[in-house]
Structure formats: structure tokens, C-alpha cells
Design a protein around this ligand. Structure first.
Ligand code: NOJ
Ligand code: CA
Length: 694
């Protein structure tokens, strides 16, 4: 239903619109200066105080002097089916309000479109075609998110280039202190002492949780938030290019949606599909080639020390004219060699793991090490000790897919030039999936990783990959905003501090208790779970750090950090040491028809049950922070009257992430929907359960 009101009827006052269930109430107005403002009530109480809306450009300011020329409202209730994900059906149910604005200047038309869902709010700016000038050089976005009190914030520091940070649990007023503790990587990444990234989470004293992020980031820079620590407010801060410009726009143009997921039940934040709902439907017609998968990797070997390298040689190619890698002296510490890769293929084949990622297979790593970073990586030139034709045929014979690695060293411009030949080379050699990487400052202009140009680059790569029927797992790319709905070949991204940091100081157990509330709202993460050997001294005598996890918790991460491209990260030898626990990783699916969040508190604990998309089996994962806890697993989600055999993988008594991480046990019990399991979790521990229908 669309309801069009006349301008006269509404120009005098504010407009209200409620969510379908009435819990959220949006108020929209234009203030005395002609600036659009909005506020949001939740369950009859003000949650978001009046905040300004608008865009600032060089040519003209879309910020004030506006009058309302029209309002459209519509209620939409529809359901769509994701190609993969946590649910097989997603309901998209909202009330929409489009606020059409015009200033005296004929080149100042603006529409702000709001969608109020039961689980939150999304709004975006639409710049229609203007009368004379349709080009804008955007300098700033005015959008404010104002709150009413000194709420709790869960956030990472604002940074134009990386999101690989640990999380702070702080408040508006304590934010400068919390962020002051971070070591910034470089001057270029400094955004100021009170800037944070999205997705971020906020909690009010009444325990209302709000996740703030953006949806459908396309053709526009990523948004950070400048925090007003005294007035409990936040303002959009667009990532600029090298010259300080946020975006070059041609109208008509639609910005990404600004999103607020809202609930007084933390579980609803995890279950929300709002960000996906605000993205465009799937653009890929034939999706039969998009296959969720588990994969191992010639990868952890290089992280664990002992001097293993991505590079084939320790000699640099600095000598001009040297192009023949077979002339370089091999360093003997290069795991991407034929014999070693074969071992991974054998192991994956034996245990039914779908893929093997091989990093360090291609020419160029020597130059990277020498910091002569220009056009060094070749994506169609295997190293002399990596016999691709042989491995390609061997993997095929063993029913395993090799996964390509494209580390671009952030030479994005060069990658674009090589894309077609790189993807063609992949297809010619039977590769269907690629992990991309952008380590370092963006070449050639030292642009930022999340600026408009890199956002455009990411979409270009994903579209090109779709043309070649290639699935993508991107690292160091702009953080996800639900575009995986539109491009379901974008199976996973890193875009946060992943499991690899267990070898670089460690991730505290709370880290994976906050990521699902924040980072994961944009899309799945390639977190790389499955670490069984958590003592870094095992790999490297020189290291004494300890991963923030028990072994049983690593199994639970397959449920709490869902991803359709899920790594099985540890060395084959470590899985051979714990074959009974490894059985869970072999059994756990990566694609779901339903998910039930049973218990949740940000930074503290998560318990989730998921139903396998391809069988009647259910799986449960429960994790806690550094405090032990007893999870209550209410099995009432199981179909009534059906019997299930539960195989429970749990921390053994005495287990502790720090000094007894490998103490686990496995037991079986028969259950049905009437059962409530009391599941003890060790400090930094977790539990994983397979419920097999009998
Ligand atoms: C950083 C990525 O996050 C990691 O997974 C990868 O192995 C290295 N870059 C090398 O490309
Ligand atoms: Ca990374």
C-alpha cells in the first residue's frame, strides 16, 4: 500500500512512523534552519535523540534550507531465500517513509528514505537528478546518532585501513582513555582520539542493545563515527581519499543505508537479518556453482614460526633483468611445495574436507619482502617447486578442490589489470575459489583500504569473479555490509582480527563473544577456527603465548562464527593427535536452514543451535569469555516427539584456556525436545553438540 500525502498537509510539522509491531517509533522533521532531523523511540521511550541528516559537497550543501515537498509511505512484507546462510528463508517486513526535500537552489533536491523494521531502522540518502549540475565532490556526511545517556560502547578504534583490532568495552565518557591504549599502525591511519568504526554496539542502562553499521556500501566510502564523548553522540565520518575528498558522485545516486539494529534482548541482535534485508536481491542468476565448503590450508605453518616462508627464496629479485625464478636459490623453508601440498590433499581427501588453500604458490613474494612493492605478484606463475599441472590432476583424482591465493600486497591497480588472466588461469586449472589479500598501503596512490576507490575495487573484483563463476574470500577488504546477498559468490571476508592473531599475541576468549554482535552483522567472517594446538611454544620454542581458547571451544566456533567458507585451520598432524575431537569438524555443516540463539550477552557468552540445510540434524555451540559458566541448552527447538542422539564435545573438569586447554571429553546421550541440558564451560571454553536424528 502506498500513501501519498500532499506537501501542504505535512510541511507544518513532524511525521511519525512505527515499526510493524509498534515497538519502534521514528520521528522525522525539518528544523528551523531547514535541516532534516530524526529521532527514534523504543517501547515508548526515547532511544535516539534528535539528530541531523545531510550531505556536504563542494558545489552545494545538502544540509539546510530544505522544505518538504512530499512524503511517501508504504508497508512491505516479503520473504526471500538466501543462496546460503543462517536461515533458508528471511522475512523482510518494514514500514517505509520517503521524505522528499527541496531547497531554493534548483540543484538541491534530496530524498531521505527510512525503513522501520521490528528489529531496527535503516535510512539512506537519495540524490535525484538535479536541474543543472549532476556531479558532486562530497566532503562530509552530517548524519548523527545521538543518545540520551553515557551508554556502554563496544568498539574498535577508527582507522581508514584496518579493522584487525581487539575490542573495547567502554562508555561515551571513557572512550578517549579506552582508545588511547591502542598502538596505531601508522600515521596515515590516525583519525583522532575519539573516532570508532562500525559495526559498533551500544547498550543502555535499561539493557537496550543497538548495533550501528551500514548496509549496501557501494560507490561510496566506508563510514566511521566521530564520538562526542560529552554529549553521548556520534557523527558519520567518511573515509577520505588521499586528497581529503570523501566521494565523487554522479547523480542520481543512493548512499549506503545507515543501520540501527535495536532490541532489549541481546539474542535478537544476533538473529537480526536487517543488514541483509537492506541489500539488493541476488544478482547472480545461476548459483549452482556456489558451494559452501570447509577447507584446510598451507597457511598456519607460516604463522607458527620456525621460519617457514611464503617466499621460495631468500634472494631478492632486486637485480634488474632477473625474471627466471628457477635461477634463484631455494630457501628450503617453503611449504607451498608439491610434496607438502600433496600431504594436505591426502589428508583433506581422507577426511572429507572440501578444499585446500595454498599460500605462497606464486612468484613475487621475494620482491614483497624486499619492499620493492610494485607489480611484483604474478597470478599465473607458479614457483618452480609447485608443480601445478600435477597437483591439479592429483587433487581432482582425490576429490579435493585447490583454493587459489591472490595476495596483491595492496597493489589494487595492478590486480585489476591482471584480473582476467588470473581468473582465466584459475578456471584452466580447476580452481573455483580464491582468497584475496591487501596487506600494506594501497598502491599506487597510498589510498585507504576503505575509501570510495577501494570500495569500487572490491565490487569490481566480486563481479568479475562472478563472471568466471569464482567464489571469493577477501582479506583486508572494506568491511562487509551485507553485499553477499547481492553477490552470493562473496562467501567470506576477514575484515577483523582473526584467529591468526593467536600466533601474534593472542585473542582473549571474549573476542569471539563480541564479533558476532558487531563484525558479523555485515556478513560471514573467515575467522579460521579449528585450532587444536594452542600453545605457541609447541610450534616454536621462542614463543610462549597461548591462544585464548580451549580445544572444545574451537569446535563451538563452527556454530558461533558461521561462515559458508569455513577453515579447518590447524596442521594435519595436530588433527591426527585428536581424531575423536576432529570428528566434530568433519561432521559440522557450513550451511543452515534455521538458527536459534538460545543465550547471549555481548563480550560474555553465546549459545546457538542451528539446523543443517541438508539433513534433519541440529548442531549447538556454546562459548564463554574468561569466566567459566554453565550454559542452559533448552532443546525445545527440536521437533516434538522425535528422538535425537546428542554427541557432546565439552571441556573436561579442570580445563582452562591458559594452562589446560586440551582437556576435553566426548559423551553421548539420548535427548528430545523436552530436555534442557546444563552444559559446563571452562574459563575461555566452550562446548559443541551434534544432534543426530535417530
Ligand atoms: C594476511 C592474511 O590475513 C593472512 O591470512 C594471509 O596468510 C597473509 N596476509 C598473507 O597473504
Ligand atoms: Ca589480515
Amino acid at each position: 500500500m502506498t500513501l501519498l500525502m500532499s506537501a501542504a498537509a505535512i510541511s507544518m510539522g513532524a511525521v511519525d512512523i512505527s515499526s510493524p509491531n509498534g515497538a519502534l517509533r521514528l520521528n522525522v522533521d525539518v528544523d528551523a534552519a531547514g535541516t532534516p532531523v530524526y529521532s527514534l523511540d523504543y517501547k515508548g521511550k526515547q532511544l535516539v535523540a534528535p539528530g541531523k541528516l545531510g550531505l556536504k559537497a563542494d558545489e552545494t550543501a545538502f544540509t539546510e534550507g530544505f522544505r518538504i515537498t512530499g512524503i511517501d509511505t508504504v508497508t512491505v512484507d516479503r520473504t526471500w531465500e538466501p543462496v546460503w546462510g543462517e536461515y533458508d528463508k528471511v522475512r523482510d517486513h518494514f514500514r517505509e517513509l520517503a521524505l522528499h526535500l527541496q531547497a531554493d537552489n534548483p540543484d538541491r533536491k534530496l530524498t531521505v528514505r527510512f525503513r522501520v523494521f521490528d528489529d531496527g531502522l535503516g535510512f539512506r540518502y537519495e540524490l535525484p537528478e538535479q536541474e543543472r549540475n549532476n556531479y558532486l565532490t562530497l566532503k562530509d556526511e552530517l548524519t548523527e546518532f545521538n543518545f540520551t545517556d553515557n551508554h556502554k560502547l563496544y568498539c574498535i578504534p577508527g582507522d581508514y585501513d584496518t579493522d584487525e583490532y581487539l575490542w573495547s568495552e567502554t562508555t561515551f565518557s571513557e572512550l578517549p582513555q579506552a582508545l588511547g591504549n591502542y598502538r596505531r599502525h601508522s600515521e596515515a591511519q590516525r583519525t583522532g582520539g575519539t573516532t570508532i568504526q562500525t559495526p559498533m554496539l551500544l547498550k543502555t542502562p535499561d539493557s537496550v542493545y543497538v548495533n550501528i553499521h551500514e548496509a549496501a556500501l557501494d560507490g561510496y566510502p566506508a563510514m566511521l563515527l566521530d564520538v562526542d564523548t560529552e554529549n553521548n553522540g556520534m557523527k558519520a565520518h567518511l573515509v577520505p581519499d588521499r586528497l581529503g575528498v570523501s566521494a565523487y558522485l554522479q547523480m542520481p545516486f543512493k548512499t549506503p543505508w545507515r543501520t540501527l539494529i535495536v532490541s532489549d534482548d541481546a539474542r535478537d541482535i544476533l538473529a537480526s537479518q536487517l543488514v541483509l534485508n537492506l541489500n539488493e536481491p541476488n544478482k547472480i542468476e545461476d548459483t549452482s556453482w556456489i558451494k559452501p565448503m570447509k577447507f584446510m590450508g598451507v597457511w598456519w605453518e607460516m604463522f607458527t614460526g620456525n621460519q617457514k616462508t611464503w617466499a621460495y627464496s631468500d634472494e631478492y629479485l632486486a637485480k634488474p633483468g632477473v625474471t627466471d625464478y628457477s635461477k634463484l636459490k631455494p630457501n628450503g623453508r617453503h611449504p607451498a611445495n608439491t610434496e607438502n601440498v600433496k600431504k594436505y590433499i591426502d589428508f583433506a581427501s581422507k577426511h572429507g574436507i572440501d578444499g585446500v588453500l595454498v599460500e605462497g604458490w606464486n612468484e613475487g613474494w621475494e620482491d614483497w619482502a624486499s619492499f620493492r612493492k610494485n607489480r611484483q605478484f604474478r597470478f599465473d606463475k607458479p614457483y618452480p617447486d609447485f608443480d601445478l599441472p600435477y597437483l591439479r590432476d592429483y587433487a581432482k583424482e582425490k576429490g579435493v578442490k585447490l583454493i587459489m591465493h591472490h595476495e596483491t600486497a595492496a597493489n589494487a591497480a595492478d590486480y585489476e589489470l591482471q584480473l582476467d588472466s588470473a581468473f582465466r588461469f584459475m578456471k584452466d586449472n580447476n580452481y573455483d575459489a580464491v582468497k584475496t589479500g591487501y596487506v600494506g598501503a594501497i598502491i599506487p596512490r597510498s589510498e585507504h583500504h576503505t575509501s570510495q576507490w577501494m570500495v569500487d575495487h572490491a565490487r569490481h573484483v566480486i563481479e568479475k569473479a562472478a563472471d568466471y563463476k569464482i567464489m571469493v574470500d577477501s582479506h583486508e577488504a572494506p568491511r562487509p555490509t551485507g553485499l553477499c546477498r547481492t553477490y552470493p559468490n562473496w562467501l567470506a571476508q576477514e575484515s577483523a582480527r582473526g584467529g591468526e592473531f593467536e600466533s601474534m599475541g593472542g585473542n582473549p576468549p571474549s573476542h569471539t563473544c563480541i564479533l558476532p554482535f558487531t563484525r558479523l552483522k555485515g556478513g560471514p567472517m573467515d575467522y579460521t577456527p579449528g585450532l587444536f594446538e594452542t600453545r605457541m611454544s609447541y610450534y616454536n620454542e621462542g614463543k610462549d603465548s597461548q591462544a585464548g581458547t580451549t580445544l572444545a571451544r574451537q569446535l563451538a566456533l563452527y556454530l558461533t562464527m558461521p561462515s559458508p567458507m569455513q577453515m579447518v585451520c590447524d596442521l594435519p598432524e595436530n588433527y591426527d593427535r585428536f581424531p575423536d575431537a576432529f570428528q566434530f569438524i568433519k561432521d559440522v555443516p557450513v550451511d543452515w536452514s534455521d538458527s536459534k540463539y538460545l543465550e547471549a550477552e555481548p563480550n560474555r557468552y553465546i549459545t546457538v543451535a542451528r539446523k543443517d540445510k541438508n539433513s534433519d540434524n541440529w548442531f549447538v555451540g556454546a562459548i564463554t569469555d574468561e569466566n567459566p559458566r554453565t550454559a542452559t541448552i533448552d532443546l525445545s527447538f527440536l521437533p516434538k516427539g522425535e528422538k535425537f542422539e546428542a554427541t557432546i564435545y565439552e571441556d573436561a573438569p579442570g580445563a582452562h584456556w591458559k594452562d589446560n586447554p586440551q582437556a576435553y571429553r566426548i559423551r553421548k546421550v539420548d535427548v528430545d525436545s523436552r530436555k534442557k541440558l546444563k552444559q559446563p564451560l571452562a574459563a575461555g571454553g566452550g562446548s559443541a553438540i551434534m544432534l543426530r536424528k535417530k
